[in-house]
Design a protein around this ligand. Structure first.
Ligand code: MRU
Length: 338
């Protein structure tokens, strides 16, 4: 895809974010010259998707470092507070702060941080490509795949995790049709995945979230592939709300359920998904209906942004370090690489 969710502009010395709230109607960019701009873009979902959030925050710290060490700490505190579930955010900020600590007395903090943020971006793209190659091997030569939310180029440095596996399958000459859940309430599937897949000439069909079961029952889905926001060491997976429902449906219909995620999404310090903090977003996202209608304010709404799929429903987890199958023990990776 020719668009970049997150791009550093060397000439302008600023971060350029594709404003995903406007897609697919308009391609607009946000030009960030300070960390606060990046933090607001993350909170408001202008930039979203676990890896892209981490990458944006890394560049946010480059912008935050302009005023030296104390401004950097304030920027880190602000960025860390933006979204709680995707571990990539905390991973990227931790990595950037480690790099800051390694800058020698009299060294160029901003230059070193910029180098590190660019590395994080490049490594993310490389990991997507590797997991694509590993993951595509799980797909038959001709298949229909169902995905949820957007775990594509827009959610990463480029290429994508779940959608990267699909891209890699096509690169291997496989004929892959894609079904994508619209993904209420923010419609990342309907607005973003369908757009980026159509841009790349895929055969893509959007369904309402409630249609997935009927589609599976008709025998139209060969595999489900989703991304992740945090994976615990027992293989429990936090991802966009509705993922758990899909996993249950996939099990009922004997369809493999795959999760694709870079190693930066694994939280091996967590024993299980029970301890994953699930972001609750404003009820307005649910209350506002397509077409401009509103659910009355007298009615309560519940709006968790993510759910946790228990490991027993996951057929395999695809990462750049290998494809892992149950029983998952991701705490000791060296033994599990394939
Ligand atoms: O709320 P979002 O749009 O940031 O949620 C995104 C997802 O849940 C993705 O599936 C996940 O971050 C993986 S993106 C490669």
């Amino acid at each position: 895809m020719e668009y970049h969710a997150v791009r550093w502009d060397d000439e302008g010395d600023m971060l350029v974010l594709l404003d995903q709230r406007e897609l697919p109607s308009r391609v607009e960019h946000i030009l960030c010259r300070d960390a606060e701009c990046v933090a607001r873009a993350i909170e408001g979902l202008a930039v979203r998707g676990a890896p892209a959030i981490g990458i944006a925050a890394a560049f946010g710290l480059v912008l935050g470092a302009r005023g030296g060490g104390s401004e950097l700490s304030a920027a880190a505190r602000r960025l860390v507070s933006t979204r709680p579930t995707a571990v990539n955010l905390f991973w990227a900020i931790g990595r950037m702060l480690d790099r800051a600590l390694a800058v020698p007395e009299g060294g160029d903090l901003k230059k070193d941080l910029l180098e590190e943020a660019k590395k994080i971006l490049e490594e993310d793209i490389a990991s997507n490509k590797t997991m694509g190659i590993l993951g595509q091997a799980l797909l038959p030569r001709r298949c229909s795949v169902l995905s949820h939310c957007n775990a594509g180029a827009l959610a990463t440095g480029g290429f994508g995790t779940a959608l990267g596996v699909i891209r890699a399958a096509r690169e291997q000459g496989k004929d892959v049709k894609v079904f994508i859940d619209e993904t209420r309430p923010v419609l990342q599937g309907a607005r973003l995945s369908s757009w980026e897949l159509a841009e790349d000439g895929f055969d893509v069909t959007v369904i309402c979230d409630s249609m997935a079961g009927a589609l599976m029952r008709k025998g139209k889905i060969d595999a489900v592939i989703v991304g992740a926001d945090r994976i615990a060491s027992n293989g429990d997976v936090a991802n966009k709300i509705g993922t758990y429902t899909l996993a249950v449906l996939a099990k009922e219909h004997c369809i493999p359920f795959y999760v694709a995620a870079p190693w930066s999404t694994f939280d091996t310090a967590l024993a299980s998904g029970e301890d994953i903090v699930i972001e609750e977003r404003s009820g307005e996202e649910v209350r506002l209906l397509p077409g401009g209608q509103r659910i009355p304010d007298s009615v309560k709404v519940w709006n968790p942004a993510f759910d946790v799929t228990p490991a027993e429903l996951v057929t395999a987890i695809i990462s750049e370090r290998g494809v892992f199958r149950a029983p998952f023990d991701l705490s000791d990776m060296s033994e599990k690489e394939s």
